[in-house]
Ligand binder design. Structure first.
Ligand SMILES: Nc1nc2c(ncn2[C@@H]2O[C@H](COP(=O)(O)OP(=O)(O)O)[C@@H](O)[C@H]2O)c(=O)[nH]1
Ligand SMILES: [Mg+2]
Length: 279
């Protein structure tokens, strides 16, 4: 499958982010822990323009802990500030506030010398569905940011205050203008960063089954009692469809429905914790 998708509203989003960048002091770069490198968008690097960045490995609850800690070390070894979060839970505020103040200490100090308390304005970036809005929500006492499990929900721009001296701006999730690396595109499709409407779900589900067979064969046994793997992708889906009871009138298996169920099993963590990209 070749994934090529960059809807017009994302060009607009990038332009908006670029324009806002002049009033931004710092960046919160949200990554999906299941695929940290795939959720790095080279387009962002162009617009960030040397602002201090706090990397967030979000959805850490969905991957094995030792794997996410390896990724945290990976970023730290490159001299990057990196935190591990589960945004669906409150309580990460202190670490994020402290880290933001730390990476912005130079500018804060410069203002302090002039007798001014500087408010740090941080832009929250990340591919669609990585949890930007949920993260901002978790940092607010009241729910103000919009969230939804659909790419491209957040379109307007908004500043919210999470601390006396820290304001955050949510941004629309933005993808690469083009996917040179189809492996990354596939990962982004798995994690729900690319609108399912433009994907071939049957092909995507087959690729997910291949990934699971190569990396987590036990999960296929646990979830689908799948002891052996077929060379033919159709047969794999038929096998799963039969197990899930997706039989149509006449006895054929509903392959489309099966494929969507496989993808949803991954997204809803029916296979338990797993990671798509290892350090
Ligand atoms: N398990 C888990 N789910 C999360 C986490 N953060 C966000 N989500 C879910 O991911 C989906 C997308 O979140 P959202 O904040 O709208 O993503 P955005 O597009 O980056 O703003 C929602 O269903 C969230 O509940 C997390 O840390 N762990
Ligand atoms: Mg959002």
């Amino acid at each position: 499958m070749h994934i090529h998708w960059f809807p017009g509203h994302m060009t607009k989003a990038i332009r908006m982010m670029q324009k806002e960048m002049s009033v931004v002091d710092s960046i919160i770069y949200v990554l999906d822990s299941r695929a940290p490198l795939s959720s790095i968008n080279p387009k962002f690097d162009e617009i960030i323009n040397a602002k201090p960045i706090l990397y967030i490995l979000n959805k850490a609850d969905m991957v094995p802990k030792n794997e996410v800690l390896k990724w945290q070390r990976y970023f730290e070894q490159q001299g990057k500030k990196c935190l591990v979060t589960n945004s669906t839970q409150k309580g990460g505020t202190k670490a994020i506030v402290e880290s933001l103040l730390e990476i912005n200490s130079q500018v804060i100090e410069r203002y302090r010398n002039k007798g001014v308390s500087k408010t740090i304005r941080a832009m929250v970036l990340g591919v669609p569905n990585c949890g930007k809005s949920t993260l901002i929500n978790s940092l607010l006492s009241r729910s103000k940011a919009l969230t939804g499990n659909k790419p491209g929900l957040t379109r307007g721009k908004q500043w919210v205050s999470i601390d006396k001296y820290i304001d955050l701006m949510d941004t629309p999730g933005t993808l690469y203008p083009d996917f040179e690396d189809q492996h990354k595109a596939r990962n982004l499709a798995f994690i729900g960063s690319i609108n399912d409407d433009v994907l071939d779900i049957v092909e995507l589900a087959s690729e997910l089954l291949v990934f699971l067979n190569e990396n987590y064969p036990d999960k296929l046994v646990e979830r689908y009692k799948m002891e052996s793997f077929f060379q033919n992708y159709w047969e794999n889906l038929e096998f799963v469809g039969k197990k899930r009871g997706f039989v149509m009138r006449g006895g054929d298996i509903d392959i489309e429905k099966t494929a969507m169920a496989v993808i949803q099993d991954f997204r809803k963590q029916a296979f338990g914790k797993l990671i798509l990209e290892k350090v």
